[in-house]
Design a protein around this ligand. Structure first.
Ligand SMILES: [Zn+2]
Length: 111
C-alpha cells in the first residue's frame, strides 16, 4: 500500500471534481439522477465515469481512483468485486487510513 500525501489526495479529488464541474457547466444545469452500478443507488447525474464494469457515480469513481493510487486495487474489476460486505468495509477503512495518515504534503508541493 502506498500512503498518499494530502496534496496527492487533494489533486485526485480535484481532478475527479472537474468531471462534475464540466457536466454542470455551460448551461447544462441539473442533470437527471443516474444509477450507479457500484453503490447501487440513484446518484446525481453530474460527474459519472464510464468504466469496464459500468458507470460509476463521481463519489464511487473518486474512491476507485484513490484506491488505485494507493495500490489497494489494481483494476476497476478488482475494486468492483469488493463493493459489498466485509470486503467493502475493509476497503473503505484502508482508503480512509491511507488518505488521513499522511498530513505532510510539503514534499509533493515542493516538486
Ligand atoms: Zn456510486
Amino acid at each position: 500500500m502506498r500512503l498518499l500525501t494530502r496534496t496527492q489526495v487533494q489533486a485526485i479529488r480535484a481532478a475527479m471534481q472537474t468531471f462534475v464541474d464540466e457536466d454542470t457547466s455551460f448551461g447544462r444545469g441539473r442533470m437527471l439522477p443516474r444509477w450507479c452500478v457500484y453503490c447501487q443507488r440513484d446518484r446525481p447525474g453530474a460527474g459519472f465515469i464510464a468504466y469496464d464494469c459500468g458507470d460509476f457515480c463521481n463519489e464511487c469513481a473518486t474512491d476507485f481512483e484513490l484506491a488505485r493510487a494507493q495500490g489497494l486495487v489494481r483494476t476497476v474489476a478488482e475494486f468492483f468485486a469488493r463493493r459489498t460486505g466485509e470486503a467493502r468495509r475493509q476497503l473503505v477503512q484502508a482508503i480512509a487510513v491511507s488518505t488521513e495518515s499522511r498530513a505532510d504534503g510539503g514534499r509533493a508541493q515542493a516538486l
